[in-house]
Design a protein around this ligand. Structure first.
Ligand code: NAD
Ligand code: MN
Length: 356
C-alpha cells in the first residue's frame, strides 16, 4: 500500500466546513486502491494572521516541504481594506513551493446550450508574465506614465505546455473509463496574442508548439487561438475545448470566465501544481454570508481532492471521486442551496460517499 501524507489547511470561513469533507472522501476510498493517508492539520489565513501576526506561519511551509506529498487548501478571507503586514498565503505558498501551474477544470454533467456537456481545463502559467510585478511610474512630458514588465521565458513556457500535454493525455485515460464522453482525441489549445506581441507571446507560442511536438504527445491534437477570439469561442462553444494553456494574465481571466459557465462557484476545483507537489483548492472564497450553517457546497473541494490525486499519480482514485460527484449531480436529489436544492453540506457529502 502507498501512504500519502496530506497537509490540511482549512483557512477561514467555509474552508473549515469543506476541508473536513475533503478529508472524509480520502478516508472513504475503496481499500482495493491500496492507498493510505496521513493527515497533518496546518494553519493559514486571516484568523491566523490576527492571532499570530502572519497569514502563513513558517511551520506550515516547513511541514508541507518536509512532511507532505500534497495538500488541501480551503479558502482565506482578505481584509476589505489594506492591513499592514497581511498578504495572501496562497500566493506565497505558490512561490515557496514553486507551484508553477494553476489548473482549473470546468465541467458540467448536463448538456450546455448546444446539447453537449462542458468538460475543459484551463492550465495557467503561474510564475511570470505581467505578474512579476515590475512596475514603475514616472513623470513624462504629458503627465504621469506607468509601465509594467511582461516577462515570458522559454523555461516557464515549456514546462507549462508540457504539463498541459500530460493533463490532456491523462484526461483521455480517465474519460475512457466513462463511456458517455463525446471526445475521442485529446486536444491542447495554445492561447496567446502573438499577432500583436510578437516577441513575448511569440516566444510563448513557439515554445508551446515545440514542447507539444514531443513524441509522447503524438496523439494530442494541438491548436492555437488568439486570446480575444478564445473568449468569444469559449462562451459560444465551450463544449469544443479540452485543455487550454495560457500565459499568466490570459489564464487568470479565462479561468474565472470559464468558471462562470457552470453556474455555481461551489462546483469548481483547482490545483496548484509543481514538479513534486500539488495543492488542491476550491475556487471559491471563504463565503462569510453562509459560514457556519452547514450549507456550503462541498463539491468544489471534493473535485479538488481528485485533482490533487491525479497529480500525485493516483488516477484510479481520482476517477472514482469524479464519477461519484457526477453521480450526485446527475441524480440531482441531494443538491446544496447554491444548486437550487435543500441538502446540507453533510447530506451532499454522504450521498457522494455512498456512490463511491
Ligand atoms: P466567495 O467565493 O467567498 O463567495 C461568493 C458567493 O458565492 C457568495 O454568495 C457565497 O455564499 C457563494 N459561494 C462560494 N462558495 C460557495 C460554496 N462552496 N457553496 C455555496 N455557495 C458558495 O467570494 P467573495 O464573497 O467575493 O469573498 C469572500 C471572502 O473570500 C473575501 O474575504 C475574499 O477575499 C475571499 N476570497 C478568497 C479566495 C481564496 O481563498 N482563494 C477566493 C475568492 C475570495
Ligand atoms: Mn483570478
Amino acid at each position: 500500500a502507498r501512504t500519502l501524507r496530506i497537509g490540511l489547511i482549512p483557512g477561514d470561513g467555509i474552508g473549515r466546513e469543506v476541508i473536513p469533507a475533503g478529508r472524509r472522501i480520502l478516508e472513504s476510498l475503496p481499500s482495493s486502491l491500496n492507498l493510505k493517508f496521513n493527515f497533518v492539520d496546518l494553519e493559514a489565513g486571516y484568523d491566523t494572521f490576527k492571532k499570530t501576526g502572519t497569514a502563513l506561519p513558517d511551520k506550515t511551509v516547513e511541514t508541507l516541504k518536509k512532511e507532505c506529498d500534497g495538500a488541501l487548501f480551503g479558502a482565506v478571507s482578505s481584509p476589505s481594506t489594506k492591513v499592514a503586514g497581511y498578504s495572501s498565503p496562497i500566493v506565497a505558498l505558490r512561490k515557496k513551493l514553486d507551484l508553477y501551474a494553476n489548473v482549473r477544470p470546468v465541467k458540467t454533467t448536463l448538456g450546455s446550450s448546444n446539447g453537449n456537456p462542458i468538460d475543459l481545463v484551463i492550465v495557467r502559467e503561474n510564475t511570470e508574465d505581467l505578474y512579476v510585478k515590475e512596475e514603475k511610474t514616472y513623470e513624462g512630458p504629458d503627465g504621469k506614465v506607468a509601465e509594467a514588465i511582461k516577462r515570458i521565458s522559454e523555461r516557464a513556457s515549456s514546462r507549462i505546455s508540457t504539463i498541459a500535454g500530460e493533463i490532456a493525455l491523462r484526461r483521455q485515460k480517465i474519460r475512457s473509463a466513462a463511456p458517455t464522453s463525446i471526445r475521442d482525441q485529446p486536444m491542447v489549445t495554445i492561447t496567446h496574442k502573438s499577432n500583436v506581441l510578437s516577441q513575448t507571446d511569440g516566444l510563448f507560442r513557439e515554445t508551446a508548439r515545440k514542447a507539444l511536438a514531443a513524441d509522447k504527445f503524438s496523439s494530442v491534437l494541438v491548436e492555437e487561438q488568439i486570446v480575444d477570439s478564445m473568449v468569444y469561442k469559449l462562451f459560444r462553444q465551450p463544449e469544443y475545448y479540452d485543455v487550454i494553456v495560457a500565459p499568466n494574465l490570459y489564464g487568470d481571466i479565462l479561468s474565472d470566465g470559464a468558471a462562470a459557465l457552470v453556474g455555481s462557484l461551489g462546483l469548481v476545483p483547482s490545483a496548484n501544481v509543481g514538479d513534486n507537489f500539488a495543492i488542491g483548492e476550491p475556487c471559491h472564497g471563504s463565503a462569510p454570508d453562509i459560514e457556519g450553517q452547514n450549507i456550503a457546497n462541498p463539491i468544489a473541494t471534493l473535485r479538488s481532492v481528485a485533482l490533487m490525486l491525479e497529480f500525485l499519480g493516483e488516477e484510479a482514485a481520482a476517477a472514482k471521486i469524479y464519477a461519484a460527484v457526477d453521480g450526485n449531480l446527475d441524480a440531482a436529489k441531494f443538491l446544496s442551496p447554491d444548486m437550487g436544492g435543500k441538502a446540507t453540506t453533510t447530506e451532499v457529502l454522504d450521498d457522494v460517499l455512498k456512490r463511491l
